[in-house]
Ligand binder design. Structure first.
Ligand SMILES: *Cc1c(COP(=O)(O)O)cnc(C)c1O
Length: 491
């Protein structure tokens, strides 16, 4: 692969060059015990300025939501307001140790309680646990809860979990981790769940269904009420994958459709940072029949939900924690990713109910605006109004694939959208603009994609060789995944 011409850190500096001047030793010199120091590391000896320049240069190679448009479908890469960072950095939060007595952490617990209440209002669920650290973790939590519910009814034969073929890969993974068998349900021609196939699959061995609404095709499940009824009638429960709530806040409450348990991706819908593997927050909400199975501790307020569950303790403050009656137990140490919870709380409080609804409306408008700008150039397999994202196909000319279009977008200054997902769309290009982008950005992005479609016909090699202007050129993605090179000198 073609690396940039910038020097590697290990090639910089010269022996004896220092980045700091330490005071003279005023204690006896003690040798470092044998074996503690790694001598094989070729660490450079450099000045402070060289180190600053090196890391500043590296930071400028980063592509981020703070520098450019990031239309990554299924991931909701929206702007993270900086005021959220200020809130999360308040000393009262950052200095609050998780083992501090509850009496001395009333503000932090009140914040968790307030966030739970807002998530309940948005979703219609009876109770919310803030424990899980990501969406996938929330899925696993919800699937464990469904398992525990069937076990509590001594219904041991329910071992199959139904999953539509448009689902995110984490769904079948969560199901397998919980010891269920994942059963794929095909989509119908309009992109929804195939009701006949669902009915055929439902019997007394079905533990439940996991459904993403809107689906990863960006389409609202028009038959959601019927889908839920079919599963409930067979004795199963319905898990909602809430990763796509950015389209629905203030307009549709999943619990009203009969969903039993669902995760929120606070790092997608409620604008907390994500990417690079976290930390995230995958709060889980549950309807009345599953609420008592939620993981704890859950923040509680005297006179609201304190004192009923097991494990609640008397404190002098108004706020404390409790473990729900039939809880599956903890799924995370302490209280979840608290700093992320502060950011989500700040975001929701700042916007309020009306603001949150407008966010969703604008996310849907932006996606439909882009969809219509592109539909004459990129084939859209489900050509109907979308929610917050839509799927098109990138094979715009003979011999040109979606990956070529995506790589060429990098040359034109855009992060590529999600590609080759969902799996049921051939050469998928999955675009989510989010509400936080301006019309000018959307116009420029559409213009870039239309230009690339022209290039695909006139000069396809330009696309095959892209990207051209980046520090690293076209990668061998298979080799990068199978034989990753994880250090500068792997000899
Ligand atoms: C992002 C996503 C997930 C997983 O969430 P993480 O927070 O990344 O673990 C699950 N389902 C869908 C539809 C998603 O988009």
């Amino acid at each position: 692969m073609a690396m940039s011409t910038e020097p590697l850190l290990s090639e910089m500096g010269a022996p004896g060059r220092l980045g700091a001047s330490l005071p003279e030793l005023d204690v006896p010199e003690t040798p470092v015990p044998e074996g503690l120091l790694r001598t094989a590391l070729r660490l450079p000896e450099i000045t402070e300025l060289e180190a600053v320049r090196h890391f500043t240069r590296l930071s400028r190679l980063n592509y981020s939501i703070d520098t450019n448009f990031y239309p990554l479908g299924s991931c909701t890469m929206k702007y993270n307001p900086k005021v959220n960072e200020d809130a999360a950095n308040l000393a009262g939060f950052t200095d609050c140790h998780p083992l501090i007595p509850e009496d001395l952490a009333q503000g932090s617990i009140e914040l968790m309680f307030g966030l739970q209440e807002m998530l309940k209002a948005v979703s219609g669920f009876d109770a919310v646990s803030l424990q899980p650290a990501a969406g996938a973790h929330g899925e696993l939590t919800g699937v464990y809860m469904i398992r525990a519910w069937h076990e509590s009814r001594k219904d041991a034969k329910r071992k199959r979990m139904l999953i539509p073929d448009s689902a995110h890969g984490t769904n079948p993974a969560s199901v397998a981790m919980a010891g269920f068998e994942a059963v794929t349900i095909p989509s119908s021609a309009d992109g929804g769940v195939d009701l006949a196939a669902l009915k055929a699959a439902c019997d007394d061995t079905v533990a439940g269904l996991m459904i993403t609404n809107p689906s990863t095709l960006g389409l609202f499940e028009r038959n959601i009420l019927e889908v839920v009824k079919i599963v409930h009638d067979s004795g199963g429960l319905v898990y909602g994958d809430g990763a796509n709530m950015n389209a629905l806040v203030g307009a549709f409450r999943p619990a009203d459709a009969g969903i039993d348990v669902m995760h929120f991706n606070l790092h997608k819908t409620f604008s907390t940072p994500h990417g690079g593997g976290g930390p995230g927050a995958g709060a889980v909400g549950a309807s009345s029949r599953l609420a008592s199975f939620l993981p704890g501790p859950i923040a509680a307020r005297k006179g609201v939900n304190r004192g009923s569950g097991r494990g609640s303790r008397e404190t002098s403050g108004d706020y404390g924690f409790e473990i729900p009656e039939n809880s599956i137990g903890r799924v995370k140490s302490f209280y979840g990713n608290f700093g992320i919870l502060v950011r989500a709380y700040a975001y929701m409080r700042q916007l309020g109910a009306v603001g949150l609804r407008r966010v969703s409306e604008n996310a849907v408008i932006n996606a439909n605006y882009l969809r219509v700008l592109l539909r004459d150039t990129y084939h859209e397999p489900y050509d109907r109004p979308c929610m917050h994202e839509f799927v098109a196909e990138g094979d715009v000319a003979a011999g040109v694939r979606t990956v070529d279009v995506a790589k060429r977008l990098i040359d034109l200054g855009f992060h590529p959208p999600t590609i080759y997902f969902p799996l049921i769309v051939h050469e998928a290009l999955m675009i989510e603009p989010t509400e936080s982008e301006s019309k000018e950005t959307l116009d420029a992005f559409a213009a870039a994609l239309i230009r690339i479609a022209d290039e695909a016909k006139s000069d396809p090699q330009l696309l095959h060789d892209a990207p051209h202007d980046t520090p690293v050129g076209r990668l061998d993605e298979v080799a990068a995944a199978r034989k990753p090179v994880l250090c500068y000198h792997c000899d």
